[in-house]
Design a protein around this ligand. Structure first.
Ligand code: NAP
Length: 337
């Protein structure tokens, strides 16, 4: 399939230009059921060919194996890709549900060296704090991240799931190029404080799970349809009565997709791009896929324009979603707002 090359957008006020949609690589190693390694690797190449240049991973994905998986691709295309990875989520292989949040300076210094080693690169283009531990002052965590910039290990800094106030406080310590948090037709709590702060500071917004972890595409209607170890089985929006109620909310997406001859995924992605325009900020969603076919579909969505009437039909959807984004919302910005 021929895919039109993506327009570009800038990460932060003086950051690099990237394709206006990135690629989330998490599912290639973790969380969303079995993966096909050759197809995942082919998807990385196809993404670059289509103009995707922001590739997103984290040290926590697959206990480091996601960084190892994409490392050779990144090294082979080092001057064409913008590599984003993250620290702060501590996991245990023998207890997969365990999540520790670590923001202390010693942890950060060790984490960056481990990521650089696994990725096989000298410098990380965009280094995110994956989650905030409120017990550690931002002066210590972001201050340590700034040290990494001065040491040449990291080019730019990012944060994930922080409040607008936290973003402002961090920015005063060191410029922040990107804020990565969940933002989709189904998940709009970032629009309260984080999005306005990012717009005001010139921080690019990188919406994660812009497809609602696949639910917005209609690919599954309930967690029971997923693999036994799929993390979505533990997420309140996708289980039991919530999932059934939320599946009903896809009706306007489905109607718009049918009328326009596009897919639900494309409607969901176009919505994020256009919602960011309303807020006046740069947006680079990172839909995740392990398949070349879906990559082409998702990339094509970056240039789809929904009408004002279509946007109005999608406006009430998030307010009606049943269930939280995570089983424990303390680890998100909502828990601190
Ligand atoms: N900062 C954070 O805390 C955080 C949290 C979660 C995710 N992330 C990042 O954000 C990225 C994206 O988020 P996500 O992967 O959670 O959710 P997502 O992008 O909303 O959805 C990904 C899911 O949708 C499926 N999919 C993708 N395109 C599709 C299409 N066109 N039609 C049907 N199904 C489609 C994928 O399956 P296939 O792979 O089979 O196509 C996958 O199961 C991740 O890869 C990760 O890098 C960050």
């Amino acid at each position: 399939m021929t895919v039109p090359v993506l327009p570009t957008a800038r990460l932060g006020t003086d950051g690099p230009f990237v394709g206006v949609q990135g690629l989330g690589c998490m599912g290639m190693s973790d969380f969303y059921g079995p993966t096909d390694r050759p197809e995942a690797l082919a998807t990385l190449d196809a993404a670059l060919e289509a103009g995707v240049t922001l590739f997103d991973t984290a040290d926590a994905y697959g206990f480091g194996r996601n960084e190892e998986l994409i490392g050779p691709f990144l090294r082979a295309n080092r001057d064409r890709v913008v590599l984003a990875t993250k620290f702060a989520v501590e996991r245990k292989e023998d207890d997969p549900s365990h999540r520790g949040i670590r923001n202390d300076p010693a942890y950060i210094r060790a984490a960056v060296d481990a990521s650089l080693r696994r990725l096989g690169v000298d410098e990380i283009d965009l280094y995110y704090m994956h989650r905030r531990d409120p017990a550690v002052p931002l002066a210590d965590s972001v201050g340590t991240m700034a040290e990494l910039v001065r040491a040449g290990k990291v080019r730019r800094l990012g944060l994930s799931e922080v409040t607008g106030a936290e973003l402002r406080e961090a920015y005063a310590i060191h410029p922040i190029a990107a804020l990565q948090s969940e933002w989709s037709v189904f998940a709009r709590d970032v629009e309260r404080t984080a999005v306005p702060a990012a717009a005001e500071l010139g921080v690019a917004f990188v919406p994660y799970s812009p497809l609602g972890r696949g639910f917005l595409t209609g690919a599954f209607q309930a967690a029971e349809q997923l693999a036994a170890d799929d993390v979505r089985r533990t997420q309140p929006r996708f289980t039991g009565a919530n999932a059934a109620a939320n599946a009903e909310l896809l009706a306007p997406l489905r109607e718009i997709a049918t009328a326009r001859g596009v897919t639900l995924a494309q409607v969901a992605l176009a919505w994020v791009h256009q919602r960011a325009e309303v807020h006046g900020l740069t947006v680079v969603p990172i839909p995740g896929t392990r398949k070349r076919s879906r990559l082409a579909e998702n990339t094509a969505a970056a240039t789809l324009r929904l009408t004002a009437e279509e946007l109005a039909r999608l406006e009430p959807v998030a307010g009606e979603v049943a269930g939280d984004r995570y089983p424990d919302m303390r680890f998100t910005q909502v828990g601190r707002e």
